[in-house]
Write a protein that binds this ligand. Structure first.
Ligand code: ADP
Ligand code: MG
Length: 305
């Protein structure tokens, strides 16, 4: 798809698939224009995005259209971020490929597809005459933000929240990545750490923000690709949750609202940007700011209906 846009921020939407168990017996309320791949119509209102995918879009097309171009940018030295935003159950984790369970090739989400491309393309770059003297390596880190605390899921240390000092994040454990099998083991390791707390917390996996970062290190230069699977965006009142679940909802919305505020401040050109209002924005600080000030960062939210 040729995005006719100068901005470094792109917004795409993917329709959630029909699921019989969700009592969605009626036809989808969304109509997609056949001749234009960036609009959809709901109750006669036309909504325009950079890209709009109906529920039949494949994981491969989603990746190739939206995220594969970011892999090329990261290999060229630019930092990029792809964010999945939407209500619980709409397919954010499925699309991002954040699950630790093995899936078929067709079902593979954005994360393993990125890893596959990076692993294939880095040796080709290394083989290039001009590049062969500079060592190039691929690292991965896996972070979770739960109840306004950041957890380093690949750390060998016992689980405790990592310091986001003065709410300025200094980094998580980076593991060398040399195969897709490595990635699978690291995801399983990370998922287990998330799962430990899940036994006590209801629906924990979707109650936290997950951030996987690929770092391409070339000599002293590092470029990063951040894949962010945000927690469900449903309002606290709507879920009618009480107690712990309600507190989780409050923290999640705090992070999501903070992202919104940061982006609005950046676009308005404010001198003071409210990064410190949440751990999520503190962790993403470098990426969100550079996206606007230097225009060499790509920040691409994926919205899911
Ligand atoms: P979320 O992360 O937004 O809460 P999930 O990604 O966990 O939602 O999706 C909920 C369920 O729907 C999962 O079982 C997932 O495998 C399935 N699912 C979501 N999107 C698709 C899709 N496009 N095709 C097939 N199954 C999907
Ligand atoms: Mg999820």
């Amino acid at each position: 798809m040729n995005f006719d846009k100068k901005s470094d921020v792109l917004i795409a939407v993917r329709e959630a698939p029909f699921r019989a168990n969700k009592l969605q017996q009626n036809q989808s309320v969304i109509q997609f224009a056949t001749d234009c791949k960036n609009t959809l119509v709901v109750n006669n209102a036309v909504h325009t995005f950079d890209a709009a995918f109906n529920s039949s879009v494949s994981q491969a097309t989603l990746y190739e259209t939206l995220v594969q171009p970011l892999v090329s940018k990261v290999l060229a030295g630019t930092n990029c971020t792809a964010l999945a935003y939407g209500q619980t159950g709409t397919g954010k984790s499925y699309s991002m490929g954040m699950g630790a369970e093995p899936v078929t090739e067709q079902q593979m989400g954005i994360l393993p597809r990125c890893a596959k491309d990076l692993l294939m393309r880095i040796p080709l770059l290394k083989a290039d005459k001009e590049n062969n003297r500079i060592p190039m390596q691929l690292f991965v880190s896996f972070l979770e933000i739960y109840n306004e605390k950041a957890h380093d899921l690949l750390s060998a240390e016992p689980q405790k929240p990592i310091a986001v000092r003065g709410q300025r994040f200094t980094g998580a454990t980076k593991q060398l990545l040399s195969s897709l099998k490595d990635l699978q083991s690291l995801l399983e390791l990370g998922a287990k750490k998330r799962h430990v707390r899940a036994t006590n917390m209801n629906q924990h996996s979707s109650r936290s923000h997950a951030i996987v970062t690929f770092s391409v290190q070339r000599g002293h230069r590092v470029s990063r690709l951040n894949l962010v699977d945000l927690a469900g965006s449903e309002g606290v009142r709507r879920t009618q949750n009480e107690g712990m679940a309600r507190d989780e909802g409050v923290f999640i919305n705090m992070g999501l609202l903070a992202i919104n505020k940061v982006l609005l401040s950046l676009t308005a050109g404010h001198a003071v940007i409210p990064y410190r209002e949440s751990i999520l924005t503190a962790v993403l600080q470098g990426l969100l700011s550079l996206c606007f000030t230097k225009l060499n960062y790509l920040f691409k939210p994926l919205f899911f209906l």
